[in-house]
Design a protein around this ligand. Structure first.
Ligand SMILES: [Zn+2]
Length: 179
């Protein structure tokens, strides 16, 4: 495992949540992500763009236009990926977690768990050599976890099948109440 720098997870996750709100304001799902260097420099900021047109600058339109993919497409080829940290407002899905592992990103940190589609349990899958290279830091801040759950809960109810919403209700009973 490479040495990863001490970064202020809370500060970057706050920015991921702000990006999630930007995505929501643009008509997409409220998920935001950013990629941060070992020195703490933000290399790219992204948000979900599923509801937006694709442009030369941004992935969009297709249902794979998730916040993390937006970040990866913006950055292009990663330099020293093992030194980088990906922050997301929501636990990355299988595609985005898989892309992070494939690219060799050193660490993935998220504000809020996704008990339906999250890939954290697979990123920690120690039998898979690609996954071993990526460390995961799930929900390091309870207040931000709750904030992200409140933000994403309506989308979870809309987008996920019944079983997925039941998992959200079980994990976040207060944040899903009344929806
Ligand atoms: Zn995703």
């Amino acid at each position: 495992m490479p040495e990863l720098p001490q970064l202020d997870h809370v500060a970057y996750l706050k920015e991921a949540l702000a990006l999630a709100r930007q995505g929501q304001a643009a008509g997409s799902a409220p998920v935001g992500a950013l990629l941060v260097s070992a020195q703490g420099e933000v290399l790219a900021r992204g948000h979900n763009r599923v509801g937006q047109a694709q442009t030369a600058d941004h992935v969009g339109g297709a249902s794979v236009a998730h916040a993390e993919m937006d970040v990866f497409f913006q950055v292009g080829k990663l330099e020293d990926p093992e030194t980088l940290t990906l922050y997301s407002s929501l636990e990355p899905c299988l595609m985005c977690g898989g892309a992070s592992a494939l690219l060799g990103v050193g660490r993935v940190v998220w504000a809020t768990a996704d008990p339906w589609g999250g890939s954290g349990r697979l990123l920690r899958w120690e039998d898979h050599p690609a996954m071993q290279q990526t460390q995961v830091v799930p929900t390091p801040d309870p207040a931000l976890e709750r904030e992200g759950a409140l933000l994403f809960a309506p989308e979870a109810k809309r987008a996920f099948p019944e079983e997925g919403w039941a998992l959200w209700q079980a994990r976040y009973p207060e944040e899903t109440q009344g929806l």
